[in-house]
Write a protein that binds this ligand. Structure first.
Ligand SMILES: O=C(O)C(=O)C[C@]1(C(=O)O)C=C[C@@H](O)C=C1
Length: 414
């Protein structure tokens, strides 16, 4: 569901300092941080109602035990570098702590989903709010029911999650933080079930796709469900003894299941990038939230008339002539010319972008040709502002999606 790719989309995305190779067992970014201090992801001691009526987890107090006799060395740091993280995201004031305490963050899935871990990594003190679908999570933050939503936007194995970009662009939301999570898949089963007894594996479609070769070797049926933790929940509540789920080792802990296999993903290097989204700050001042010299990133969408390659060259020139590095460039052409459909639900359907720049109510506009661009630098950095001004001369429309602290770390759940 979330990740799509087609001939109408081509991308250049680099996790900074991250080497990606097809036989990537040796590829590691310079800093690979475990989620050591996450509270709340190991249990659900406090339950309350989420916007969709499901209970949500809030705080720790969990059963913290070894997985299959293996101690979870949760604080192990792989690359020996101790990068203390600085949160530079938009401040909401009013009782919100630096660690996100006081903030409610919507995520898609059941407690224990990777998205929840990403939220807890970004804002360790936050309260996470499960939602049935990504669209519900985004509506919750846009409608003010929660303070933030977390959205996976790309993975090293699948590229850009175009459908999630579609969702993001339809809302008046801004990116306030990025987080890269190492996705380590495990095969989980009810206590006592042996691998040979498993006939069927259920999980999020992305997890099933990422583990395709391993599942083929196991010779089991595959069934997609809403999310990885939802699969585990289903296994547990229906006491399924012929079925296994693909999910994280933390989900095994949370639901008290056995881990039959670790590292099921076909590529050993499997990182998903998540964005933390917020409503735009309701401020009348133009004071930037982040110093110009901070290690910042700016994300934007550029709509244009077509002729992608020439437009790409002009965009590259606008940034390179100012010595600005790009960290992502995705080219989408949904012009109905037989190569459409990448980001949209139907082939040839243009990308719908909420135009928040015009006076009056924001309007949804349709664009067949768009670029998703992330650059280094703050959106109010004069060089970035100049580059955007230059792009606006030949583009139809530019929307800055957010300016946030660049974080090239990759966080690990193990
Ligand atoms: O199902 C989950 O646990 C999720 O958080 C969703 C999701 C995704 O949509 O890509 C997140 C990361 C993993 O790649 C697999 C699934």
């Amino acid at each position: 569901m979330a990740y799509t790719s087609s001939s109408s989309s081509s991308s250049l995305h680099l996790l900074p300092n991250t080497k990606l190779s097809s036989s990537s067992s040796s590829s590691r970014p310079p800093s690979f941080l475990p989620i050591a201090k996450i509270n709340g992801v190991n249990g659900h001691s406090k339950k309350s109602k989420s916007p969709n009526g499901k209970p949500h987890i809030n705080g720790d107090g969990a059963k913290k035990g070894p997985v299959n006799g293996k101690s979870k060395a949760a604080t192990r740091q792989v690359n020996g570098k101790n990068n203390d993280r600085i949160h530079l995201s938009v401040s909401t004031g009013g009782g919100v702590g630096q660690d996100g305490s006081g903030l409610r963050v919507a995520f898609q899935g059941a407690p224990g989903a990777y998205s929840e871990f990403a939220a807890k990594t970004a804002l360790p003190g936050c309260e996470t709010v499960p939602c049935r679908a990504f669209a519900d999570a985004l509506s919750a933050v846009a409608g003010g029911g929660v303070d933030r939503a977390i959205l996976p936007v790309e993975s090293t194995m699948e590229g850009t999650a175009l459908r999630n970009y579609d969702l993001l662009l339809r809302h008046d939301l801004v990116v306030v933080q990025e987080i890269n999570l190492f996705v380590h898949y495990c095969l989980l089963a009810m206590p006592g079930v042996r691998a040979a007894e498993v006939r069927r594996v259920i999980s999020h479609p992305m997890a099933l796709a990422h583990c395709g070769r391993a599942l083929a070797r196991l010779g089991v049926d595959r069934e997609p469900v809403e999310d990885t933790a939802g699969a585990v929940e289903m296994l547990r509540s229906n006491r399924l003894l012929d079925t296994a789920a693909i999910a994280s080792p933390r989900a095994a802990d949370l639901y008290g299941l056995d881990v039959l296999a670790h590292g099921l993903q076909d590529e050993s290097w499997n990182v998903t990038r998540f964005l933390l989204l917020s409503k735009p700050p309701a401020t009348t001042t133009t004071t930037p939230a982040m110093p110009v010299d901070a290690d910042a990133k700016t994300s934007m969408v550029v709509a244009h008339r077509g002729g992608s390659m020439m437009v790409v060259l002009k965009v590259l020139s606008a940034f390179s002539s100012r010595n600005i590095n790009l960290t992502k460039l995705e080219v989408i052409n949904n012009d109905g010319g037989g190569n459409g459909g990448a980001g949209a639900a139907t082939a040839g359907t243009p990308v719908m972008i909420l135009d928040t720049s015009a006076r009056g109510a924001p309007t949804l506009r349709a664009f067949p040709h768009v670029l998703y661009v992330d650059c280094e630098g703050a959106s109010h950095d004069p060089r970035v502002l100049d580059a955007i001004k230059e792009i606006e001369k030949f583009a139809v429309f530019v929307r800055v999606l957010g300016c946030y602290a660049a974080d090239s770390n990759v966080y690990d759940l193990q």
